[in-house]
Design a binder for this molecule. Structure first.
Ligand code: GAF
Length: 390
């Protein structure tokens, strides 16, 4: 068997690499993107609002069903080689490395009563790992899209969102919400996904930064994070405590006008967590309104305010993210914030084209001066959601 390398595993070559590795052609090739979140952080599991988009970086999987229950998984990156598992005996929390994402999807499908036979799978992804751009959800969304079609399960995009969330929560062990999968499965080119996380309704909001002379820069700080670590779960627990003490179903039900009372009944830390969620929901709604009425050049202040709230109230930023945001702003970005779950990962900086190079240079310089690892900086545009590509 040949082990493919990252360089020769471009999606165009994935089928021949699959054949060379597994000895037969795949049944098809499916791709699903990572995401950035424009605004609305940690609001998803509080039944609030988010505004992410599917990016032009994605996980691509070639898949072939088998006649037995053996699952063979190979990634074009890393040296793990082929990981083998038995689809009939999957145990939550036990799968190794990246294999837990496809196997979590198989397990969650089985939990829904879908019969999933064994399969061979070859993965190639250009979503950076640990960068807060949802590389793991991209894998899960590509796999669920493939298996949904191949098994004839007939799940809707909304159902696949909940299914992959269940895989993350109960199989992988990360207590995440529904934002990332919704962007990956329901995103479209040229649009951000305005998602109401209470009823899962989606409105597509045009986001064409280039038409306003802007680019959306991603600054990957290279500070790796994991939502299975304690920080994410402890923020979620604080939100649940806040909702319980305030007597609401979820923090979505707390209004800005309720914050005075909340400050009197909550301990100071829980109050600040609650204030972030309440004000962030308001910022999402104002961002959507502003994008629709005035366009992306007018959302900078909302991005800045979101970052300040995450830094000071939710306390999920880190020195590298703050430096990226502050430096981008000083050198010409019109708004910047960390994106994703926090504690590392990436910042986004909405930047006029004429300042793009200044921002890139200044951030790299500032990181070097601070003794931080050199960041990776690139642009992203709203792109297609999960789909079959071959
Ligand atoms: C991570 C989670 F996966 C999302 O569900 C969301 O909570 C996000 O962090 C924070 O907004 O990406």
């Amino acid at each position: 068997m040949n082990t493919p390398t990252r360089a020769d595993a471009h999606p165009d070559n994935l089928i021949s690499r699959f054949e060379a590795t597994f000895g037969a052609a795949p049944d098809g090739v499916w791709a699903a993107p990572g995401r950035v979140n424009l605004i609305g952080e940690h609001t998803d599991y509080n039944e609030g609002f988010v505004l992410p988009f599917a990016i032009d970086k994605r996980a691509t999987t070639a898949v072939r069903l088998r006649d037995d229950s053996t699952v063979r998984l190979l990634s074009t990156s890393g040296d793990d080689g082929i990981v083998e598992a038995n689809a009939a005996s999957l145990i939550p929390g036990r799968a190794p490395g990246w294999a837990k994402y496809p196997l979590g999807v198989v397990w969650a499908l089985q939990q829904r009563g879908v019969e999933v036979p064994g399969f061979d799978l070859l993965l190639d992804s250009d979503v950076p790992l640990g960068a807060g751009l949802s590389s793991s959800h991209a894998i899960e969304c590509a796999v669920v899209t493939a298996l949904n079609e191949l098994t004839g399960a007939g799940l809707s995009a909304q159902e696949m969102v909940l299914l992959t969330q269940h895989a993350e929560n109960a199989f992988v062990g990360a207590p995440t919400g529904i934002m990332d999968q919704s962007a990956s499965l329901r995103g479209t080119s040229g649009h951000a996904v305005f998602l109401d996380c209470r009823d899962q309704s989606v409105q597509l909001v045009p986001f064409e930064a280039q038409e306003s002379g802007l680019v959306l820069l991603v600054i990957d700080t290279k500070v790796s994070h994991s939502h299975a670590d304690g920080g994410y779960a402890s923020r979620r627990a604080s939100c649940e405590l806040g909702a319980e003490v305030l007597g609401v179903r979820a923090l979505r039900d707390v209004a800005v006008a309720d914050l005075q009372n909340a400050s009197e009944v909550l301990d100071p830390t829980t109050f600040r967590r609650v204030r972030h969620i309440v004000t962030e929901n308001g910022r999402v709604l104002r961002t959507v309104e502003t994008l629709r009425s005035q366009g992306p050049a007018h959302i900078g202040d909302l991005l800045d305010a979101s970052h300040a709230s995450m830094r000071d109230d939710f306390e999920i930023s880190c020195p590298e993210l703050d430096l990226a945001v502050d430096t981008a702003r000083i050198h010409g970005a019109i708004g910047a914030r960390m994106t994703g779950g926090g504690f590392g990962g990436s910042a986004i900086a909405l930047t006029p084209v004429e300042h793009e190079q200044d921002v890139r240079d200044a951030v790299v310089r500032a990181f070097a001066e601070a003794g931080f690892t050199r960041p990776e900086i690139f642009t992203v545009t709203p792109s297609a959601g999960a789909e079959r590509i071959q």
